[in-house]
Design a protein around this ligand. Sequence first.
Ligand SMILES: Cc1cc2nc3c(=O)[nH]c(=O)nc-3n(C[C@H](O)[C@H](O)[C@H](O)COP(=O)(O)O)c2cc1C
Ligand SMILES: Nc1ncnc2c1ncn2[C@@H]1O[C@H](COP(=O)(O)OP(=O)(O)O)[C@@H](O)[C@H]1O
Length: 312
Amino acid sequence: MRTVMLSFPLSAEAAGEWGRLQIAALGQFDGLHRGHASVIAAAVARARREGLPCAVITFHPHPKDVMGKGNYDGYLTPPRDKRELLADMGIDVLYILEFDEPLSRISPEQFVDEMLRPLRLSAAVVGFDYRFGYKGEGDAEMLQRLGEGWMQVETAPPFLLDGVKVSSSGIRRALQEGDIETANAWFGRPYRIRGTVAHGEKRGRTIGFPTANVKLEDRYVIPATGVYAVRAGIDGRRLDGVMNVGVKPTFHEQALEPSFEVHLFDFEGDLYGREMEVELISFIRPERKFDSVDALIRQIGADAEVARQQLR
Ligand SMILES: Cc1cc2nc3c(=O)[nH]c(=O)nc-3n(C[C@H](O)[C@H](O)[C@H](O)COP(=O)(O)O)c2cc1C
Ligand SMILES: Nc1ncnc2c1ncn2[C@@H]1O[C@H](COP(=O)(O)OP(=O)(O)O)[C@@H](O)[C@H]1O
C-alpha cells in the first residue's frame, strides 16, 4: 500500500499525479472498527469487480483535534496503526489529507471539485452518516449530486451489533469505562497500544513483579485505570501478561499521568528501549490504594492468576 500525504490546495504536481481511475472509501475511520471495515470492504469489493485500484481518503489530524481547542482525547488508531490495518484490508493507496484551518473552511463543492475530482474517483463509498465540507454541510446525497457524470456514490448501511450502531464514540466511551469487552467486540479485534519500554521507579523488581513501563508512541485514547489481562508483542514474540494502567495511588499522593506497566509471564530479560505492542484482552479490576506493599503484592499475584485464566 502506498501512502500519499496531501494538503489543500493541491499542488499542480500533486493534482497531476493520478492518471488512473480509482475507487475510494471516504471517511475519518478512527478506530477502523467493524462499521468502518464494512464501508472499506464494500469499496474493495467494487474495486476488484471493476479491476480498479482501491483507495482510502482520510484526514489527519482528526478534525476534532484541530477544531477542539486542545481537549481532544486521543486516537484509537494513530496513523501508523491505521496504515497497517488498511494495508491488511486490501487497500492500494492511502491518501492522508492534512487537516488544517484552510481545509476546515472549504465548502462541500470545493472539496469535491478541488480535492476529489483531481484524484479521478470513478466511485466513492461512504458510510450512511458521512459528512464533509465546512461544518459538515455535505452528506452522501450532496456528494452524489456534485459528482454527477463522473463519480458514482455508494452508501454503506449502519453496521449493528446486538441492535446497536457500532461507532468510534461508543468505543471511546467503553474504553474509558473499562468495558474492554464491548470495545473489542466493536473493533473486531483487541484494542492495541504501542510504545517503547522506558525506565520507571525500579520498584517492580523489588516486589517480585518487574513491570515494563510502556511510553506510548502516539496519543492513544487512554483506557480506564485498572488492571488488564494482555497479550504483548515484542521483537516478533507474543507473550501473555498483566498490565496496570494507573497512577499507583499506593505510592503517590498526587495523581500523575497514568502509566502503562506490563508484567510479562514466564519471561526474564532486559526490555529497556524496545518497542512493545500491547493488546488489552479483559479488564480485571479498578486500580486502588493499598495500606501496605504486602497487600499490593498479594493482590498483584491474584491478578496475575486471573489474567492467566482469562488468556487461556
Ligand atoms: C497487575 C498489577 C496491578 C497493580 N495494581 C496496583 C494498584 O491497584 N494500586 C497501585 O497503587 N499500584 C498498582 N500496581 C502498580 C505497582 O505499584 C507498580 O507496578 C510498582 O510500583 C512498580 O513500579 P515501577 O515499575 O515504576 O518500579 C499494579 C501493578 C501490576 C503489575
Ligand atoms: N517478566 C518481566 N516483565 C516485564 N519486565 C521485565 C520482566 N523481566 C524483566 N523485566 C525487565 O525489568 C524492567 C522492569 O523492572 P522494574 O523494577 O519494574 O523497573 P522500572 O521501574 O524501570 O520499570 C523491564 O523494563 C524489563 O527490562
